[in-house]
Design a protein around this ligand. Structure first.
Ligand code: GRF
Length: 210
């Protein structure tokens, strides 16, 4: 039995690429299952992520907003597509749409997102710009479960990234993206190994078993 990922992405897909390179077709540890990217879907027909998926011979689909009466209808179609592919985990990798409550309920504890800040600081758009503007000296990367809110679900893993002394945006972006490309595959691997669970006494807290 493999552990199957369905990835949703709107942009260039460098996080998808890290997942393809580090996880797709690899076993999640000695005892762990084989991890497979079973599909990549986007809301943007020209997303670079779709090219990366096709290059890796992974199934793709486009769910463009204009083709559905509302977000619920689009999310239902994405959910059907993910289920058809046997998704164990829905991985948001730069997916720029908010998912409906019905979609979140359909995949309970089975949707993850990566955010380029140390949540709950700087949720939403342009987290790197928000952090620079605020003057923080340390920002970072968060991988979290997805709930109905914006970047508000239980935190799984966080990694700090120092802001460069000259506060150069490009250098900070590079450092954050390098960190993302390590931390997202590591976190997904732990989930595939069955080591990640919500604390039954405290639903915001995530426990990672050794
Ligand atoms: C990443 O910075 C991620 O944290 C955010 O969107 C960006 C996606 O970049 N959610 P890419 O498309 O994976 O290159």
């Amino acid at each position: 039995m493999s552990f199957r990922l369905v990835v949703l992405a709107s942009g260039s897909g460098t996080n998808l690429q890290a997942i393809l390179d580090q996880l797709h077709g690899h076993k999640a540890g000695e005892q762990g299952p084989l991890v497979e990217v079973a599909g990549v879907a986007s809301d943007k027909p020209n997303a670079g992520a779709l090219v990366r998926a096709r290059d890796a011979a992974v199934d793709t689909a486009v769910f463009a907003g204009g083709e559905y009466p509302d977000r619920g209808a689009r999310d239902a179609a994405i959910g059907d597509w993910a289920d058809e592919r046997g998704a164990d985990l829905v991985v948001l990798a730069g997916y720029m749409q908010l998912l409906s409550a019905d979609f979140v309920a359909r995949f309970p504890g089975r949707i993850v997102n990566i955010h380029p800040a140390l949540l709950p600081s700087f949720p939403g758009l342009d987290a790197i710009g928000q952090a620079l503007e605020h003057g923080v000296r340390i920002t970072g990367v968060t991988v979290h479960f997805v709930d109905e809110g914006v970047d508000s679900g239980p935190i799984i893993v966080q990694r700090p990234v120092p802001v460069p002394p000259d506060r150069d945006r490009g250098a900070l972006e590079d450092a954050i993206h390098r960190t993302e490309h390590a931390v997202y595959p590591e976190t997904i691997r732990m989930i595939a190994q069955g080591r990640v669970r919500i604390d039954p006494r405290s639903p915001r807290v995530v426990i990672i078993d050794d």
